[in-house]
Ligand binder design. Structure first.
Ligand SMILES: Cc1ncc(C[n+]2csc(CCOP(=O)(O)OP(=O)(O)O)c2C)c(N)n1
Ligand SMILES: [Mg+2]
Length: 292
């Protein structure tokens, strides 16, 4: 949502950090993503009392604890569903989900298409470390086959999913990607996502230094290619081409896609208006209209 509609604050990034100490392993990419979020909200001047951060369960899902904002630490895989409810009940708040690849695409995978197709006016930041970090290293929907994880000691039997292609397919109106080793790029993309009206999805690769020994920071440096400056971000077909990769195994970094479309809270507000406004809300009257 646009920060222009919110009360503005002048706070340094570190003032957005809560008193709770960060418990992630030294060298974990999640530190870089947290710092990028703090920088983004500081640069936008978000008042912490105008923001709700929601998460599920996982190392990455601890992020709300470390930030100054209203927060909900919910159930594994259910952050998106809870956040959708928060956003629809309080469209005046900036709603941000932070969570992992397991949380978002394994147990929570069923919620992803619906947040996107409904264009819920909120931001989803996915910390993609290709592993279940919190539970000590099981392979996830974004793990590469080469990864020998706790549950796949001989490597994985299936190919990883493509989160960008998935979110574009289901209608996300802002789709971007970066990796934790580029905090400035991450902060700029998160800023754009927070400012975007509609469902914004930011996929950020994050090295897990404890349980994923192949997706290292160097691996991500070699993997990522900046999206060319002349890329038309309103062209869905071109965004999908980028999301598929360049055929040489590289992945795009930057903003793939952004369009403006009516959001779910706007659509619901129109329906409420259609039935006479919430003041005269009479459920029986509405239901009777549709009775034969
Ligand atoms: C219903 C339920 N099933 C399983 C778990 C165990 N569990 C906790 S976190 C997690 C996966 C975390 O991985 P991810 O979301 O990728 O976050 P990361 O720790 O890698 O940041 C699992 C399986 C749980 N807490 N609740
Ligand atoms: Mg993970």
């Amino acid at each position: 949502m646009s920060v222009a509609a919110l009360h503005k604050k002048e706070m340094a990034p570190k003032e957005y950090k809560s008193d709770v100490s960060v418990v992630w392993c030294p060298g974990c990419g999640h530190h870089g993503i947290l710092n990028a979020i703090l920088r983004a909200v500081s640069e936008l001047g978000v008042d912490p009392t105008n923001m709700v951060s929601v998460s599920g369960i996982g190392c990455s899902s601890r992020t709300p604890y470390f930030m100054q904002s209203y927060k909900m630490h919910t159930l594994h895989g259910r952050a998106g569903a809870v956040a959708s409810g928060v956003q629809l009940a309080r469209p005046d708040q900036m709603v941000v989900v932070t969570g992992g690849d397991g949380d978002g695409f394994a147990i929570g995978g069923g919620h992803m298409p619906h947040m996107a197709r409904r264009n819920i006016n909120m931001t989803y930041i996915l910390f993609d470390n290709g592993i279940y970090g919190l539970t000590k290293g099981q392979y996830s929907p974004t793990s590469r086959r080469e990864l020998k994880a706790y549950t796949t000691p001989y490597g994985g039997p299936d190919d990883p999913m493509n989160p960008l292609l998935y979110m574009l397919t289901y209608g996300a109106t802002y789709v971007a990607q970066a990796f934790a080793g580029k905090p400035k790029v991450c902060a700029d993309l998160i800023k754009g996502a927070l400012e975007h009206k509609g469902f914004s999805y930011v996929n950020i690769y994050s090295q897990c230094v404890t349980y994923n020994n192949i997706d290292t920071i160097q691996y991500y440096r070699d993997l990522m290619r900046e999206i060319p400056a002349d890329h038309d971000t309103t062209d869905l077909g071109k965004a999908m081409d980028l999301a598929r990769g360049d055929g040489e195994g590289h992945r795009p970094m930057g903003l793939l896609y952004q369009v403006q479309q009516e959001t779910m809270d706007e659509r619901l507000a129109s329906i409420v208006k259609l039935v006479g406004g919430s003041k005269d809300y009479d459920q029986n009257k509405i239901i009777n209209q549709f009775r034969p």
